[in-house]
Ligand binder design. Structure first.
Ligand SMILES: Nc1nc2c(ncn2[C@@H]2O[C@H](COP(=O)(O)OP(=O)(O)OP(=O)(O)O)[C@@H](O)[C@H]2O)c(=O)[nH]1
Ligand SMILES: [Mg+2]
Length: 207
């Protein structure tokens, strides 16, 4: 699968992509591969041309049926992603992937109905002491505002959820994000740019 070209990486990390069924893990993996230059063109689940879920069975069912593995190089570090199937019958595979990973990205949806499934996954990560981050996906379909989404998802976690990055919207498209801890804006190309007052004001409104 995807392997970036270039200098040998300084260090290697293994990251599991986990989350409720159909939350967008394989789509996120595809976006990561495209943004890091491991692939030249980003495929979609709809077009059935993603790097992950390439088997006939996965394509036919429109879901992951095994772990997708891909390695990328980013800023001199190597990251191997284990994109785990979310469907309940493959949960043993996802549990095995957690044994090997340094951290997990939990891909979830801003949907109250998905909170029980998210809770099971977060409990597993907490019980096993695996560092994890939530990636709130499908925000294009979200009706709630970011400041309301975090409290909505909070019942899934015994630990307090803290907002780290908020998206920047331009004409209904996310063009970057504001990192609240670093107080920096990162644009679509991944460039770190000065935080304009208008975006700071947006963040203050979110708080
Ligand atoms: N609107 C919208 N749809 C998305 C987004 N990300 C993924 N999808 C759609 O959600 C569906 C599931 O995406 P996948 O990437 O297969 O989800 P998954 O979590 O890998 O699914 P499993 O591995 O089977 O649990 C597909 O129809 C995607 O096109 C998003 O950000 N917005
Ligand atoms: Mg998948």
């Amino acid at each position: 699968m995807g392997q970036a070209q270039g200098q040998p990486a300084r260090s290697a990390r293994c990251i599991a992509l986990v989350g409720p069924y159909l939350s967008g893990k394989t789509t996120l993996l595809e976006a990561i591969l495209a943004r890091t230059g491991a692939i030249g063109r980003q495929g979609t689940m709809t077009a059935k041309n993603t790097v992950g879920d390439a088997s006939d069975e996965a394509r036919h069912h429109g879901m992951s049926v095994e772990i997708n593995v891909a390695t990328v190089d980013f800023l001199g570090d190597s990251y191997t992603f284990l994109d785990c199937p979310g469907s309940i019958e493959f949960q043993a595979d996802a549990a095995n992937a957690l044994t090997a990973c340094d951290a997990a990205i939990v891909v979830c949806e801003p949907d109250e109905k998905k909170v029980p499934a998210l809770q099971l996954i977060l409990k597993q990560l907490e019980d096993r002491g695996i560092p994890h981050f939530l990636f709130i996906n499908k925000i294009d379909k979200a009706e709630a505002r970011i400041r309301d989404i975090v409290p909505m998802l909070q019942p899934a976690s015994t630990k307090p959820l803290v907002l780290r990055q908020v998206p920047i919207w331009e004409n209904d498209i996310v063009t970057g994000f504001i990192d609240l801890a670093l107080e920096r804006e990162i644009d679509e190309a991944g460039d770190d740019i000065v935080l304009p007052d208008r975006h700071l004001a947006q963040h203050q409104r979110l708080g």
